[in-house]
Each structure stands twice: as structure tokens, then as C-alpha cells.
Write a protein that binds this ligand. Structure first.
Ligand code: 5AD
Length: 346
């Protein structure tokens, strides 16, 4: 495996068969070497810096019915909430004091947050915190709507593609959601000039190694500035309640592979990774990740934004505990920095 990992590091690419064998490879020696190699590439571009993003989960209303997601429309048990514009700004103020210089507004696809409302929220955050980057993660919109967000000052946008295989996409989503439309959105975001993040769940139901290969090929062709991956975790009130979770190991291997393919990508060790494995976020750094996204939502709503079971919500992943995160990271030789943490050109 070592020679394949070296080749991937050198050429940032591998033929399909070789990549598949790396995706499947479960030997500890290969994993160790993958980690080392990915950490070295990360070191070259970002040093030991860890960028933090304050995640504000501002609404869990959603008009979509994705089969895997705990806030899907038909989950009657979800306790729905929306933050007011004032609440959101208060989260930012709090986050700013804690050292955050990027805020991520994430929510379900909630029609209450019209273009006008979103534009107002984006404008006021950018006006009050001009030295901060603002990331939106609010799903599929028209090109015009994305343009309005960008004009209002939003810098980045996260929209995971979820899977690059149309058949697999259809097994995870209701018929009204299509991969073609998802990809239209992603391509519009990129054209408009957002730093764009895509990604997928690792070990989602029906996922095959071939599917993962397709995901990696799509990532290579789009060249996104950010890639978010985390293990699938079942949620008890969804059709996938009895499906097995994805593993931390597979997620870590893929983080490293993605780092080698896209050396300067912004790569978070996600909350889902921290949920399936206690040291997931630290291990993520050691496999090439360079971003963490602590939760900055008000404590009163944090338990309600449950995309999957047992989502960690009050430990080191909480923004108010960022001092603990700083400690943990410095214990393994990394340093949490107070910076926007934009994507870097090579
Ligand atoms: N397990 C893991 N990740 C999930 N997401 C949604 N539901 C789950 C789940 N059950 C991810 C999706 C989505 C992101 C916001 O959260 O990939 O894009």
C-alpha cells in the first residue's frame, strides 16, 4: 500500500483500481502511513494551525424529507425551533469574544427564512463583524437567491452533495430531490464565487466502495475549497433507524485521501466523527483535517438540532468550551488560531 500512498501524494491522483484498494484498505500499517503522509501535506500548507468555525444552528424546520435526517419534515417528534435575528447576532457576539472569526449559519430548508430575511441577517452580521467570514448552509436555492446572499456579503457556502451516484442519491432522498438539482446548486455556488464546500456521509445506507470512488472523482472535478465528511449515524425516528453507523476508521482514511488529492482544501473533523468516537476530532487532525466547528447555538436549542442520535452537544465541541479544545489540540502539537481561516492558493 505504501507505494500507492506515495503515488497519491505525488500525483494527487490514482487509477480507479488503486484508489478502490486504498478505500477498502484496513491494515493498521497502511492507515498509519496514510495519516503521516496526509499530516505532512497539511503541515506544508497550513502548518499546525487549526481553524475554528462557530456553528449556529438557527432553525430545525425543514421542508425536505431526507430519509437519513432527524429533522426531516415527517419526523413529528422533532421539537421545532427558530432563532430570531437578535438571537443569531447574540450568538455571533458571544462567539467573537471566544475568538471565532468565522460563523456558519446552518439550518433546515425553512421557508420562513425568505430571501429578504436571509439577506438582512447576512448584512447585519457582516456589518457588525466586518473582520469575520460568514458561511451559509441552508440548502438548495435558485441561482438568484444565492447571488443575493453573496451580494449581501456571505463568503462561503456548504452544500454536501451526499453521494455522487444518482441511484444511490435516490435511495437516500424522496423522489422530489435529485442529484442533478443538487449539482446545479453546487455549480452555481462555485460560479458565483463562494468558497464552496461539498461532501458526503461515510457508511450511509446502500453505499458501496464504488460510490465512494464516484464521490472522490466528483470532488476532484469540482475542486471545492472545503470538503465535509462524517460517518452516517442512524436517528431513531427515521426510516434508517436500524441501519448501522459508519465507522471512524473509514472516515479517517477518507479524510487523509482527500487531503492528498486536494492539498489546500479546508477539511473539518466533523461533529459526527466526534460522536462515533471520543477522540474522533483529534484523530481527524492527525489524518489531515485542519478545521473544527464548535457548536455556538444557544444551549436551549442545542438538543433539538438532532440530525442523528447521541449528537455530542455540551463537551469540548461546544463553543463555550473552546479553551478545552485549545488545550486538547496543543497537547497533540496543534494550535487553535483566531483567524478567518480562508482557503489558501498553492
Ligand atoms: N448521520 C450523519 N450525518 C447526517 N447528516 C444528516 N443526517 C445525518 C445522519 N443521520 C449530514 C448530511 C447533511 C449535514 C448537514 O448533516 O450530510 O448534509
Amino acid at each position: 500500500m505504501k507505494h500507492l500512498i506515495d503515488q497519491l501524494a505525488r500525483e494527487r491522483d490514482l487509477p480507479d483500481e488503486a484508489l478502490l484498494s486504498l478505500i477498502r484498505c484496513e491494515t493498521p500499517e497502511a492507515e498509519e502511513y496514510l495519516a503521516q503522509t496526509a499530516a505532512a501535506v497539511r503541515q506544508k500548507h497550513y502548518g499546525k494551525d487549526v481553524y475554528i468555525r462557530g456553528l449556529i444552528e438557527f432553525t430545525n424546520y425543514c421542508k425536505n424529507d431526507c430519509l437519513y435526517c432527524g429533522i426531516r419534515r415527517s419526523n413529528q417528534k422533532a421539537q421545532r425551533y427558530r432563532l430570531s435575528e437578535e438571537d443569531i447576532l447574540e450568538c455571533c457576539r458571544h462567539g467573537y469574544e471566544l475568538g471565532f472569526r468565522t460563523f456558519v449559519l446552518q439550518g433546515g430548508e425553512d421557508p420562513y427564512f425568505t430571501r429578504e430575511r436571509m439577506v438582512r441577517i447576512v448584512s447585519s452580521i457582516k456589518q457588525k463583524f466586518p473582520d469575520c467570514a460568514l458561511t451559509l448552509s441552508v440548502g438548495e436555492k435558485s441561482r438568484e437567491e444565492y447571488e443575493a446572499y453573496f451580494a449581501a456579503g456571505a463568503d462561503r457556502y456548504l452544500l454536501r452533495h451526499e453521494t455522487a451516484c444518482p441511484c444511490h442519491y435516490a435511495k437516500l432522498h424522496p423522489a422530489e430531490l435529485t442529484l442533478a438539482e443538487r449539482m446545479r446548486c453546487i455549480s452555481d455556488l462555485k460560479k458565483i464565487g463562494f468558497q464552496t464546500g461539498i461532501g458526503f456521509m461515510v457508511g450511509s445506507p446502500f453505499q458501496t466502495p464504488q460510490n465512494i470512488l464516484q464521490d472522490l472523482r466528483y470532488i476532484q472535478s469540482l475542486r471545492p475549497e472545503m470538503v465535509g465528511i462524517g460517518p452516517f449515524i442512524p436517528h431513531k425516528d427515521t426510516p434508517f433507524c436500524d441501519e448501522p453507523a459508519g465507522t471512524a476508521r473509514q472516515t479517517l482514511r477518507l479524510l487523509a485521501i482527500i487531503r492528498l488529492m486536494l492539498p489546500t482544501v479546508l477539511l473539518p473533523a466533523t461533529t459526527a466523527l466526534g460522536t462515533v468516537s471520543g477522540d474522533g476530532r483529534v484523530r481527524g487532525m492527525q489524518f489531515g483535517a485542519n478545521v473544527v466547528m464548535p457548536n455556538l447555538s444557544p444551549l436551549s436549542v442545542r438538543k433539538k438540532y438532532m440530525l442523528y442520535d447521541n449528537k455530542i452537544a455540551t463537551g469540548e465541541e461546544a463553543a463555550e468550551s473552546v479553551h478545552l479544545l485549545r488545550k486538547t489540540m496543543s497537547a497533540i502539537g496543534y494550535q487553535v488560531v483566531t483567524a478567518r481561516g480562508d482557503w489558501k492558493h498553492e
